[in-house]
Design a protein around this ligand. Structure first.
Ligand SMILES: *[C@@H]1O[C@H](CO)[C@@H](O)[C@H](O)[C@H]1NC(C)=O
Ligand SMILES: *[C@@H]1O[C@H](CO)[C@@H](O)[C@H](O)[C@H]1NC(C)=O
Length: 324
């Protein structure tokens, strides 16, 4: 594999940042088209999924009333009728995570295929790199919304309790056809995660790396560290920053950076915080803290609580202190 050095300056990055910077513009080359179309079909749904999650209000009140009045059948029915469509929504989100996982897989395959080095891939396949960034952006946005919405787990556990109670009474519920027991088990594992989408992606990346024995693990982690570097340099370089026409683009860049760091930390044997890490964690954390955005704290929390190696002995005191 032809390894080129990881970019450190604005000039190094010039060839590959164009597309990442322009959120709404990324034309695939002919060689990228097949994968691009596949991923594009998934990404087209992402916006709708986020909107649905954002407006997810839950059936907290109906559930409370039903629980407080166990003898009132009308209230039981009301809660059940409120919860069922919500569970159908949760199933849609979960199924979407499986499609996202497949999309990520195709992108990883394309962006790590020999003989090119990560930087060359990012230059040659800018539209795919951009889609990868879009996936991470979606993922962090989804998890942020999920984390701040306790109704999701509340609704889902009420649903499961009701189903098992009725099963004990030998009552078959119609809704079981939609979410059968096996599906409910899988969904429940998914929603039990603090950051379910990110966990899905990091599991998928780990799986990708372990299944492709012929592909050195560095090919995948170098792709991630290079993307982290691209984002960091874009955020800390005034020449780029002044081109961020709105905070939306800045937030995009911040989320992508945090997303690739977390993936790297899950996939790389010693993780992102070690001295040997190819990600400049100090620089990344500093540049995050410098951003005038109220999403910074959430992103720092993602680094604090969803990485694997932060608390390892190999993490420097300085990095720990920065995240405290
Ligand atoms: C990720 O993998 C772990 C270990 O295999 C598993 O327990 C967990 O449920 C998976 N999470 C998701 C969201 O796929
Ligand atoms: C990775 O493994 C999958 C499944 O075994 C295979 O289809 C794919 O071509 C492999 N990709 C690379 C880059 O080796």
């Amino acid at each position: 594999v032809n390894r080129v050095t990881v970019p450190t300056s604005y000039q190094d990055l010039a060839p590959c940042t164009g597309q990442l910077l322009h959120r709404h513009y990324a034309q695939p080359t002919e060689a990228e088209t097949a994968v691009w179309n596949q991923v594009s079909a998934v990404l087209e749904e992402a916006h709708g999924i986020l909107a649905e999650l954002q407006s997810y209000n839950g059936a907290g009140q109906e559930i409370r009333e039903a629980i407080q009045n166990p003898g009132d059948l009308q209230l039981q029915e009301k809660a059940w009728n409120a919860v069922c469509p919500l569970v159908a929504k949760l199933k849609r989100f979960y199924e979407f995570s499986l499609r996202l996982e497949n999309a990520l897989r195709s992108l990883l395959e394309a962006l790590t295929s020999p003989p090119y080095a990560p930087m060359q891939h990012l230059e040659r396949e800018q539209a795919l790199a951009k889609q990868f960034a879009e996936i991470l952006h979606f993922t962090l946005s989804f998890d942020e919304l999920k984390m701040t919405n306790p109704a999701i787990q509340n609704d889902f556990s009420y649903y499961r309790r009701t189903i098992s109670r009725n099963r004990l009474n030998n009552q078959q519920l119609e809704a079981e056809n939609e979410v059968n027991n096996e599906m409910a088990n899988r969904m429940s594992l998914f929603y039990a995660e603090a950051t379910p989408m990110l966990k899905t992606l990091s599991n998928a990346t780990t799986k990708f790396v372990s299944e492709n024995k012929t592909l050195p693990i560095e090919d995948t982690t170098d792709c991630l560290s290079t993307m982290a570097c691209v984002c960091r340099v874009m955020l800390e370089t005034p020449e780029y920053r002044c081109r961020f026409t709105n905070t939306d683009t800045m937030l995009f860049c911040m989320r992508v950076m945090v997303g690739v760091i977390i993936l790297y930390d899950h996939v790389h044997p010693v993780g992102a915080f070690a001295k040997t890490s190819k990600i400049d964690m100090k620089g990344c954390i500093k540049v995050l803290k410098d951003q005038p955005s109220n999403s910074v704290e959430g992103l720092l929390n993602a680094l604090r609580y969803t990485t694997r190696h932060l608390n390892d002995d190999s993490t420097s005191k300085q990095i720990r202190a920065l995240l405290q």
